[in-house]
Ligand binder design. Structure first.
Ligand code: BG6
Length: 521
């Protein structure tokens, strides 16, 4: 996270894209993006549209090149045509597309094929000479995880990433962006870390979690630390509990093979939820730079109280969606989804109660829940503050005082709201809950940009603050593994919930046992 994210600007400068361009153009080096898995879904849906938008906003260096690599037989021309379809219609008809398309190239090949990597190396050298790129390379693994190992080995064996490890001006650099899931458990994540470290130094490795590219996620820290009034309250003296929800209304969207081997614990809890949790709970870093920020996140992960199998049985809930209706349309059960085992025990919902054993958070429960096919799409962090002493209001005959809740709305309706009680007008003393609301759209005049744009640009700039470090990923797996292992033995049993609901009743019971309830989104 660079300081530019934290600087408050006058409103007119904030909506002026040229301002950002002038800041970043000086810093972004010309480089070649090499996209492995270039015929796949991620490249179509996210990478090429993001690179195109960066190019349109002049945030990529004009000498940038993009090389696709995948099994399909494309010529450069056919690849450009294919990528044009990937860019939103209306966006692609301009001269800007032609300028962008001319940077696109393609090499067909399988990831295990040494010869194809030599052909790739040859093309990279030619392009670098022709376009005046000083040899800087970003390798992007937009492939299924099984391809990561052969890719790393072949990049290493063919010397494609043989570049300066410590970055120095004028010396070409190489970086690698690796998509999630990074491993499927602690052991495989360790193995993958060890393998990638044989070719790349940690400073060259960018493990992507696209949640970190979301403006609202970056804003968690800026909001906490850039305002004088919140951080003093951000601790167990004032906060009673924290609830983090990642709710999706969609099901598994045709990804049965992946989801059957992943479940929501690996798909969302281990990565996106852990990012939200660590950013919410971490201590202020000494600087907004990669290592100071990630050091503090790692400390949070190390402070999470380990869960014994008995704890897992009591403090976690695993659920799976049954048939129901989402947004008025009938939705099938998970087990009826095409490609899913009709007796599948894979979870599509997870709720957990965690404790963070440090001075700031001791005694404050963190309730986490994530699920597919829930009532609506909503990602939110709710900081629930302790209630004021009741005595004063008891004498006035007031039944109850509600808690102040600060809601960080990650998506949709990106923004922040603070609820508090106000005296409703009238003769009698009556407190009604009211809200102060901030919406990105109305405050800044546009929705926040796509996460991938920010992350691709940060990698180009060599800033890994918004990427996960090796120890962070491993610690998140350690927690996730402990939960999954206990599920395999002591339970809890798989709970069913109707599609379109807010999850299994067992999740309500779990939170009620600690005297709380889920706040509605
Ligand atoms: C991905 C998961 O990482 O994140 C998906 O694999 C999930 O299952 C997606 O739907 C959610 O991302 P977003 O940006 O739509 O919240």
């Amino acid at each position: 996270m660079t300081a530019r994210g934290a600087v408050a600007s006058p409103p007119d400068a904030r909506v002026n894209p040229l301002r950002e361009e002038s800041v970043t153009l000086h810093a972004a080096d010309p480089c070649t993006f090499i996209v492995f898995g270039a015929s796949g879904d991620l490249t179509h849906r996210k990478l090429i549209p993001a690179l195109f938008r960066l190019s349109k906003r002049r945030l990529l260096h004009p000498r940038t090149a993009i090389v696709g690599f995948a099994r399909r037989e494309f010529t450069d021309q056919a690849f450009r045509e294919e990528m044009k379809k990937a860019v939103e219609s209306g966006e692609a008809s301009s001269a800007e597309w032609d300028r962008f398309a001319e940077t696109l190239h393609y090499v067909p090949g399988v990831f295990e094929d040494h010869a194809a990597f030599r052909a790739l190396g040859q093309l990279l050298s030619e392009l670098e000479a022709k376009r005046g790129i000083p040899g800087n390379r970003i390798f992007y693994f937009a492939t299924p995880p099984a391809a990561y190992a052969p890719l790393i080995r072949n990049i290493g064996a063919t010397g494609l990433a043989r570049r300066a490890i410590r970055e120095e001006r004028g010396v070409p650099w190489a970086r690698v962006i690796i998509e999630k899931p990074f491993g499927h458990d602690l052991e495989s994540a360790r193995e993958l870390n060890a393998l990638v470290h044989t070719v790349f130094a940690e400073s060259q490795i960018f493990r992507i979690d696209h949640y970190l590219g979301k403006e609202t996620v970056q804003n968690i820290l800026v909001f906490r630390l850039g305002n004088g009034i919140f951080e003093p309250l951000w601790n167990n003296r004032y906060v009673e509990q924290v609830q983090i929800t990642v709710a999706e209304s969609v099901g598994i969207e045709g990804r049965a093979a992946y989801f059957e081997s992943s479940g929501i614990a690996r798909d969302i809890f281990q990565n996106h939820m852990m990012q939200l949790l660590t950013l919410t709970a971490m201590e202020p870093p000494v600087r907004f730079e990669a290592d100071p920020v990630r050091d503090e996140k790692v400390k949070v992960l190390r402070s999470i109280r380990p869960l014994s199998p008995e704890d897992v049985a009591k403090k976690t809930v695993r659920g799976q969606y049954a048939a129901g209706a989402v947004g008025g349309s009938a939705a099938p059960a998970y087990r009826e989804e095409p490609g899913v085992d009709p007796r599948s025990e894979v979870e599509t919902y997870l709720a957990a109660r965690l404790k963070i054993d440090n001075w700031r958070w001791s005694g404050v429960p963190f309730f986490l829940r994530t699920g597919k096919r829930l009532a609506k799409r909503a990602t939110e962090i709710a900081i629930v503050f302790r209630k004021p002493p009741y005595a004063l209001f008891r004498h006035a005959g007031l039944a109850e005082i509600g808690a102040n809740i600060l809601r960080l709305r990650i998506q949709p309706d990106e923004g922040i709201s603070l609820s508090f009680g106000a005296k409703s007008p009238g003769q009698t003393l009556h407190l009604d809950p009211v809200e102060m609301d901030f919406f990105y759209l109305t405050a800044f005049g546009h929705d926040p940009p796509e996460a991938y744009e920010r992350l691709l640009l940060d990698c180009n700039l060599g800033d890994s603050t918004l990427f996960a470090r090796h120890d962070e990923v491993e610690l998140a797996w350690e927690l996730t593994d402990s939960i999954r292992a206990a599920w395999g033995s002591a339970g809890p049993p798989l709970a069913k919930y109707p599609s379109g609901s807010w999850g299994p009743k067992e999740a309500d019971e779990m939170i009620h046992r600690s005297g709380h309830h889920w706040y509605r989104l």
